[in-house]
Design a protein. Structure first.
Length: 128
């Protein structure tokens, strides 16, 4: 990371499959003067896809997921897409100015056998 910027992450790779969690300041994704408290502050599901899905990717699925937690209702954005022969399931949310991203990826050829497990790994992210 560049000086003055924080990005925390964790990655687990098994064979050609990869599951990762990244935490980065929301203002690295979208320039704002105020601290983002909810992912909707980064835009609608469609608008925010430009922040999470690479240009040229084929999007299979995109949806908003609302989960009740201790602080009320938390909004998550979920995207499933193909990019550069990789199939990706990605879940993102925002809390206190930080963006939390969980992603699972595998070659498109492996997704048929491993996709359900990998998608579940990405969707299992929750902030408590």
């Amino acid at each position: 990371p560049r000086s003055g910027r924080t990005q925390l992450g964790s990655h687990l790779q098994i064979g050609s499959e990869l599951v990762s969690v990244v935490i980065k300041p929301s203002n690295q994704l979208k320039i704002t003067f105020l601290e983002a408290k909810d992912i909707t502050e980064l835009g609608t599901l469609k608008e925010a896809s430009k922040l999470f899905v690479p240009g040229g990717a084929k999007i299979y699925s995109a949806r908003t997921i609302k989960v009740k937690d201790q602080e009320g209702i938390r909004t998550y954005y979920f995207y499933e897409f193909r990019f550069d022969r990789q199939h990706v399931a990605l879940m993102a949310t925002v809390d206190s100015g930080k963006t939390y991203i969980a992603a699972a990826t595998a070659p498109e050829t492996r997704w048929e056998t491993d996709g359900v497990t990998l998608r579940s790994a990405a969707v299992s992210m929750s902030l408590t």
